[in-house]
Design a protein around this ligand. Structure first.
Ligand code: NAD
Length: 294
């Protein structure tokens, strides 16, 4: 939109090279979209299986484009080559932005962000793809909080147009402008929002999940709820959406929301998903959630 274009004009240094931390559902998607839209990207994980999964997903999306005649095999090869999977911080001193997309756990994120800040240039933007954790709170781990903001993509990254760019208390205009410019380059619609747990979209979405969990507690059948919401016109119902998001990520995020808004996001809101979590039914990522996936 217009505002995003205006922000982009304020970007004092272009984003030409990027890195993403975490090669899961979101990190893999961010790497794919960045490479597809022409920004080479390093993709770092702590586990080789994570990297393999991220690359497999990118491969699948690109192969579909080749099959449909929208891209040549050579173009596909070039795009894949511009994703650099790594288990180390090698080359991180040479990127313009790092997007953190590791697990939704405040302690892990604090540690990962502090460690990353030591590896990057002093004017590299550091952005978190957190779903719910306050950016001002995450910035407490950093020596250069002015370079830090939220860059919240939605799942699946290649298909969802919105990116929330979140301004923490100490975030500079330059960091916001450069992050918006990168989102624009990735073909996304950036919206700059203020900081609080859940930002904008998840403050709307979590009470909805809460309502769904309370319906289940009251005895509703999750498949029936999904069907009704689909017939009402939503692309998918809440149980299926939870499976897509990842039950583990959903539970972590619900905890952050309950802590951030104790008067509104009661623990009751997350009861059914918590049971799923205990049963290790994490959703599509491990083949079983509310539904089973083969
Ligand atoms: P995921 O479980 O699919 O992937 C997380 C990845 O991070 C794993 O591959 C793990 O090995 C890796 N990891 C853990 N610690 C690491 C470290 N120290 N360094 C590098 N990699 C590390 O999770 P996800 O769904 O991709 O979520 C990642 C982030 O994105 C979370 O903050 C989540 O809240 C947010 N998010 C998720 C969704 C969603 O729908 N799943 C949507 C928007 C934002």
């Amino acid at each position: 939109g217009k505002k995003a274009r205006e922000w982009e004009k304020k970007a004092d240094k272009p984003i030409e090279r990027a890195a993403v931390l975490g090669a899961g559902i979101m990190g893999g998607g961010i790497a794919y979209q960045s490479a597809y839209k022409g920004t080479p990207i390093k993709m770092k994980d702590i586990a080789q299986e994570g990297l393999d999964l991220g690359l497999k997903e990118a491969n699948k999306l690109l192969a579909k484009r080749v099959d449909r005649g929208r891209m040549t095999a050579a173009q596909m090869g070039d795009i894949l080559n511009s994703i650099d999977p790594t288990l180390t911080y090698g080359g991180f001193d040479n990127v313009d932005i790092v997007v953190e997309a590791v697990v939704e756990n405040p302690k892990v994120k604090h540690a990962v962000l502090a460690e990353t800040e030591k590896q990057i240039d002093k004017d590299t933007v550091l952005a978190s793809n957190t779903s719910t954790i306050s950016i001002t709170y995450l910035a407490q781990a950093l020596e250069r909080p002015e370079n830090f903001c939220g860059m919240h993509f939605f799942n699946p990254v290649h298909a969802m147009p919105l990116v929330e760019v979140i301004r923490g208390e100490k975030t500079s205009d330059s960091a916001i402008a450069r992050t918006v410019a990168y989102a624009n380059k990735m073909g996304k619609k950036a919206v700059v929002v203020n900081d609080c747990p859940g930002f904008l979209v998840n403050r709307v979405l979590f009470p909805y999940f809460g309502g769904f969990n309370m319906l289940l507690r009251d005895g509703a059948d999750f498949q029936a709820v999904d069907k009704v919401m689909e017939r009402w016109g939503w692309p998918m119902g809440p149980a299926y959406l939870m499976d897509v998001v990842g039950i583990d990520t959903g539970v972590h995020a619900a905890n952050v929301m309950a802590e951030g808004f104790p008067d509104r996001m009661q623990p009751d809101f997350k009861s059914a998903t918590e049971i799923m979590f205990e049963l290790e039914r994490f959703g599509q990522k491990n083949g079983k959630g509310f539904y089973e996936y083969v």
